[in-house]
Design a protein. Sequence first.
Length: 290
Amino acid sequence: MTNRTFVVTGANNGLGFATARALTDRGEHVILAVRDERKGRAAQAALTGGTTEVRRVDLSDLDDVRAFADGIEKVDVLINNAGVMAPPRTLSKQGYELQLAVNHLAHFALTGLLLDRLAAGADPRVVTVSSELHKKGRLDFDDLQGERRYRATAAYDNSKLANAVFGLELHRRLTAAGSPIRSVLAHPGYAVTGLQAGVQPGLYRTLLTRIGNPLIAVSAERGARPIVHAATAPQVQGGQFIGPGGLGEMRGAPDVVRPAPVATDAGTGRLLWNVSEELTGVRFPLPQPV
């Protein structure tokens, strides 16, 4: 199927750009959702297939997310990809911890705001990009913002767990509503992307960039394969998690992988959903599963 419209957040570099390239090579129309419009134009110039648009959105500002969503007339597939990784504790415009705000809350809000247009789309899907590191995450609803205790790497893992919990709870609610939209999770394995540039200097960043990346990591193009598969493969089902099928899910061909048990817990899904609606002010027109 070609000529569908894909919205890809964080599409100017890393996994987002590799995903956009793979989609445009298939002849699809891709909306590059980027924070820096200049970088978005440069990425657009490097894409030679399909058709593209550049639209600016700052995912650290929920007002900007709303304005972006208001400008989208048509979308068949939303790929919630953009993120920040392990910065010092920083707050979004609305005062939320930055990794939770960008990686989860902005994409929760964007999905809800675009749900009506997705429902009218061709083979509509929401692909939420998580990480194998979600298995190390923990959602402490008494300290979700890391106000009492903040560790940058742990907060990243927690935000990736929130992505997984959201994607599966969205699947349950779409199913209960009889919606045609498929909610699918994906993760790239261990891929080299621009995301690591935001990690604060220290041992963790050194291990990533000087040891892990050269010895283990795959390219962004290979890391994007599970994301593209989740977004386009006809056999993919709602509620599935697509990742690399190789050893440790670090590399390999796209395959169905298992999320952490906590990510599948319906009670956790309901609780995160309710908190996310409260923090974003976005309400989905979907019933809560019985």
